[in-house]
Ligand binder design. Structure first.
Ligand code: GZL
Length: 330
C-alpha cells in the first residue's frame, strides 16, 4: 500500500513539476527569445560576413548562424568573398529588404561612410561585428570585437620573453587596411620597441590565408636576409601554419630554429604547439554569436547598448597547449 501511494505521489509531483517547468519554460521562452513566434513579429537581421578565409572566420560564421537559429531570428547571411564592394552591395540589399537590423564584419577600415549613411537614412540600425571602421561613429550603434592592439602587444611581449629580447623577426600581416592588420602591427611594435636587439627584418601580407602565409614565408627564407630570421610573428594562426610548412620544407625546425607566435587560438594552432612547432598563440575569440545577438535584440527593442564591447581573451603558450586542447571549442 505504502509503495503504491509513494509511486502515486512521485508521479503527481513529477507531473506538477513538469507542468511548472513547461509553464516557466514557456514563459522563459517568451521572455528570453523575442524571436520566437509567440505571436510576435520575427526579428529579421541582415549579416554581411567577410568570407571564409580562415578557420577563425568559419568558426565565427558558425557561431552567428547557430545563435540566430537558436533564437528564432530570420538571418539573411551574405558571404563577401573578402571583397568590400560585395559587402556594400549586401548592405544595400538589406536596406531594400527593410531588415530590422544590419550587422557586418568590415573587411577593411575605410570606405563605409556612404553606405552607412544610406542605412541611417532608411532608419536601419547597424552593428559592427569583429572588426571596426574609420567612420563617423553616429553611423553605427555598437562595435563588438577584440582589442587588436592589445593582441599585438601580447604577441610582442611573449616573443621578447621567449627570445631574451634578441630576435630578427619576419612578420606575416593580415588583410591590408583591415583593423586587425593595422592594430596587431601597431601593438606588436609598441611591445618590442624597448628591445634594441629585436628587429623586424621582413614584413609582408599573407591576407590571413594559410596558402599565402606559406608563399610569403618561402619568399622570406629565399631572400638575402632569410638565413638571419630567428623569429616569426604571424597576425593569425592560419598564416603561421602555412609558414611552418615552408620552414620545414626549407630544412629548418619551426618552434626551435625559428620561434613562432601567432594570433587566434584555433585548434590547429594548439595541435602545432603540442607538436613543438608553434611557441604561442594569442587568443582572439570568434564565438561571439550570443553576445552579438544580445546586442542586436536590444537595438531592435530600442534599448540602450554600449558603443564598444570588447571580447575577453587569453594567451596560450606551448606548455599549456596539451591541457587546453581537449576543451577548445574552435
Ligand atoms: C580577428 C579577425 C581575423 C582573424 C583571422 O577578429 O577579423 O580575421 O584573426 C580572420 O583569422 O581571417
Amino acid at each position: 500500500m505504502k509503495r503504491g501511494l509513494g509511486l502515486w505521489l512521485t508521479g503527481a509531483v513529477a507531473l506538477a513539476l513538469g507542468m511548472g517547468l513547461l509553464v516557466s519554460c514557456k514563459d522563459d521562452t517568451a521572455k528570453k527569445d523575442p524571436g520566437a513566434t509567440g505571436g510576435k513579429k520575427k526579428l529579421v537581421v541582415g549579416f554581411s560576413q567577410i568570407g571564409a578565409e580562415s578557420a577563425w572566420r568559419t568558426a565565427n560564421t558558425d557561431s552567428i548562424k547557430a545563435e540566430a537559429e537558436k533564437r528564432g531570428i530570420e538571418l539573411k547571411f551574405a558571404d563577401a568573398q573578402q571583397k568590400q564592394q560585395n559587402q556594400i552591395g549586401a548592405i544595400r540589399a538589406f536596406i531594400t529588404q527593410k531588415v530590422d537590423v544590419i550587422a557586418f564584419s568590415p573587411v577593411v577600415e575605410t570606405g563605409w561612410e556612404q553606405v552607412l549613411k544610406e542605412a541611417k537614412a532608411a532608419g536601419i540600425p547597424v552593428v559592427l561585428s569583429d572588426r571596426a571602421v574609420k567612420a563617423d561613429d553616429s553611423l553605427y550603434v555598437a562595435f563588438l570585437g577584440a582589442d587588436f592592439i592589445e593582441e599585438g602587444r601580447r604577441a610582442g611581449t611573449f616573443l621578447a620573453k621567449a627570445t631574451g629580447g634578441k630576435a630578427q623577426i619576419a612578420e606575416l600581416r593580415g588583410t591590408p587596411g583591415s583593423a586587425p592588420e593595422l592594430d596587431r602591427a601597431k601593438g606588436f611594435r609598441e611591445a618590442i620597441e624597448k628591445y634594441p636587439d629585436m628587429k623586424i627584418i621582413k614584413s609582408q601580407t599573407g591576407n590571413f590565408e594559410r596558402a599565402k602565409g606559406k608563399e610569403a614565408m618561402e619568399a622570406f627564407l629565399k631572400s638575402p636576409e632569410g638565413a638571419q630570421i630567428t623569429a616569426l610573428y604571424a597576425h593569425n594562426d592560419d598564416m603561421a601554419l602555412g609558414a611552418i610548412q615552408a620552414i620545414e620544407e626549407a630544412g629548418k625546425k619551426p618552434g626551435k630554429d625559428i620561434t613562432i607566435v601567432s594570433i587566434d587560438g584555433v585548434k590547429a594552432a594548439f595541435e602545432a604547439m603540442v607538436d613543438g612547432k608553434l611557441n604561442c598563440t594569442v587568443e582572439c575569440n570568434p564565438l561571439i554569436g550570443a553576445q552579438l545577438f544580445d546586442i542586436i535584440e536590444k537595438v531592435a527593442a530600442k534599448k540602450p547598448v554600449e558603443k564598444r564591447i570588447v571580447v575577453e581573451e587569453g594567451v596560450f603558450e606551448q606548455e599549456k597547449a596539451k591541457d587546453a586542447l581537449p576543451t577548445r571549442k574552435y
